[in-house]
Ligand binder design. Structure first.
Ligand SMILES: [Zn+2]
Length: 253
């Protein structure tokens, strides 16, 4: 069980095997086949109108937008600033944008609540993942035991070199977390996957419910855009998730 690679009309995307069931659709895009009309492609894959795809103006913070009826009724307010989205409303597609930053996917399969977050080093440092779990529990009554979390493709400890000052900030704040900073050839690297994993586990999510992709976007620059590897890029991969109801099971009234 882990990440799976799929092609649809020569479009390459990735999914977490554990997230695939009849109540939820999700994916992480790639460099392959997504150059133009990304929203058209998403709308088709999720089987929703383009207006049902929601995105934020990402600011490397920890604000998570609760997408409820009042938000939907004021859809003209989008894009709203923030780095996470959460909802229990079906047929919407939540999206975040990434080129090395960590995509975090959340799914409560009992209460049917989904969340998505963008975690670069700042969002990770400020624990946006933990905040999401807290919000799902508080606002939607999610039982921690029923939450699945997927940590998607992003820059790995193999490539994410950081300054010593930042390394100290992380080891000071997360002194109980082992091996989040790796020293190699007199350079220091941060393991964003591990920090996010430990933050989520600290919130009580079961180990087997946390999927860590461990695919580095910088090492796999043939399939992914990488801000570091490409020394800046305007392109992004899209993380997307939606509670898309099962057409076959739809009630007739
Ligand atoms: Zn790498």
């Amino acid at each position: 069980m882990g990440i799976i690679k799929k092609y649809y009309d020569n479009i390459l995307f990735f999914q977490f095997e554990q997230f695939n069931n009849k109540n939820v659709r999700h994916l992480f895009t790639s460099k392959v086949g997504w150059e133009n009309n990304e929203f058209d492609k998403l709308a088709k894959l999720f089987n929703v109108p383009k207006s049902n795809i929601l995105c934020l103006t990402q600011v490397h913070g920890t604000d998570i937008l609760i997408v409820d009826e009042s938000i939907i009724n004021n859809i003209g307010d989008f894009p709203i600033e923030g780095d996470g989205l959460v909802t229990n409303i079906p047929n919407l597609v939540l999206t975040t944008y990434h080129a090395d930053c960590v995509p975090l996917y959340f799914y409560d399969y009992d209460k049917k609540v989904i969340g998505l977050a963008h975690a670069g080093w700042k969002g990770t440092y400020k624990n946006i993942g933990g905040k999401m779990i807290h919000l799902m529990n508080n606002r939607y009554g999610s039982n921690i035991d029923n939450i699945l979390v997927g940590i998607g493709p992003s820059i790995g400890p193999c490539c994410y070199e950081i300054g010593r000052d930042l390394a100290h900030q992380f080891t000071n704040k997360y002194e109980n977390y082992n091996h989040i900073i790796i020293e190699r050839d007199n350079k220091v690297y941060l393991d964003l996957w591990k920090v996010n994993y430990l933050q989520i586990r600290d919130k009580g999510v079961k180990d087997r419910n946390i999927i860590v992709t461990k695919i580095c976007t910088s090492c796999h620059n043939d399939k992914f855009y990488s801000y570091r590897k490409e020394k800046g890029t305007k392109h992004r991969m899209i993380a997307a998730i939606g509670l898309i109801s099962n057409l076959e099971g739809k009630d007739e009234h």
